[in-house]
Design a protein around this ligand. Structure first.
Ligand code: ATP
Length: 325
């Protein structure tokens, strides 16, 4: 039987571009004569059966807005098999035959289980500012967060050079250095510290700062991923102060990186993935997530989410030191 009703939800951390994807899902579904339910607060909304109708008009003027109009949450209950069984039964009773899940690897893992255990069709759209999902060069929110971080650091650079000061700037990335490494290149940072780095990052940093000083550089910006092995910018700063007596400033960019109007690229990919998710569900695909590979839109099985996460390309992280000379 043809698909008649689907649900869309956003899960995990919010990311700019999620609204573009929601809008595209709704409008493509309307175009194909399918009713959409907007599930509130991620998987929690499935548990609570909080899934009112979501119309095309409700998606007006959301393309350019950050965050997610459906709200998002982390839902511990969804880790329980019995809860997922109840959710599947409730979805069937409501006639919701398929879901579009916009989120990161945790959300896709939950979607994969819902499909494998109970046969609910699930389409994933990568939505996380971390850009750390296997099988896609891009995730929604990364481009916006990157530009936000770069803009903030450009401002810090002005004061760093005026006062001849060392600044440590912490960017998001608990497990991933993607944002940190790309930010470091785009703002001309003198060094970058991130979780996947193979070397002793603190020792490398000290050597880098020393060599900068010897070459006459009097101000430096160091980008630190929050999940760096040393424990984030505060910890690195404390160590540099106590071991070397350095006068430095620490700035934690924090949540300002998540918010704000999505860049054109995040809007375009949110729109493309939203449309494609609905088309594929209608065509009978049952468990997949979308991505981008070398500029092309691609689809992968949901189970591929368990493959190793991509790391920042080494040739990029190596550029940081070269370009700081
Ligand atoms: P982000 O990258 O922004 O953190 P994410 O999707 O990885 O996004 P998580 O908090 O890891 O965010 O996962 C979101 C939700 O997905 C969880 O709150 C939970 O409801 C569900 N989920 C995560 N892991 C599992 C799992 N192993 N089994 C079932 N559900 C899961």
């Amino acid at each position: 039987m043809a698909l008649q009703r689907l649900g869309v939800l956003t899960s995990g951390g919010d990311a700019p571009g999620m609204n573009a994807a929601i809008r595209a899902v709704v409008r493509q579904a309307v175009f194909m004569g399918i009713e959409v339910r907007g599930v509130h607060k991620g998987f929690q909304g499935l548990v609570d059966r909080d899934w009112p109708a979501l119309t095309s008009r409700q998606c007006a003027n959301i393309l350019q807005r950050g965050g997610t109009i459906l709200h998002t949450a982390r839902c511990q209950a969804f880790l329980e098999p019995a809860v997922r069984a109840q959710v599947a039964a409730d979805l069937r009773a409501e006639g919701i035959e398929a879901l579009v899940i916009i989120g990161g690897d945790g959300s896709f893992t939950g979607a994969d289980l819902l499909h494998r255990e109970h046969g609910i069709s699930c389409a994933g759209i990568p939505g996380t500012i971390d850009n750390d999902l296997p099988g896609t060069d891009r995730t929604l929110g990364f481009d916006t967060a990157l530009n936000t971080a770069v803009e903030a650091i450009d401002r810090i650079r002005d004061t760093a050079s005026s006062h001849e000061r060392l600044f440590l700037v912490e960017v998001m990335g608990r497990r991933s250095g993607m944002l940190a490494v790309h930010t470091a290149i785009a703002c001309g940072a003198e060094a970058v510290l991130y979780p996947e780095s193979a070397e002793d990052t603190f020792e490398a940093l000290v050597n880098q700062l020393r060599s900068n000083w010897e070459r006459g550089k009097r101000s430096s910006i160091v980008v630190v991923a929050e999940g760096d092995q040393e424990g984030g910018a505060m910890k690195v700063g404390e160590r540099l102060r106590s071991e070397f007596g350095l006068d430095l400033r620490v700035v934690v960019l924090g949540h300002i990186q998540r918010g704000g109007s999505p860049t054109a690229m995040d809007r375009i990919w949110g729109s493309r993935w939203g449309v494609e998710a609905v088309k594929r569900l209608v065509a009978g695909d049952t468990a997949f997530y979308l991505g981008m590979d070398s500029g092309r839109l691609v689809s992968r099985p949901l189970s591929a989410i368990h493959e190793p996460r991509p790391e920042p390309p080494r040739e990029l992280s190596e550029l940081v030191a070269v370009l700081a000379r």
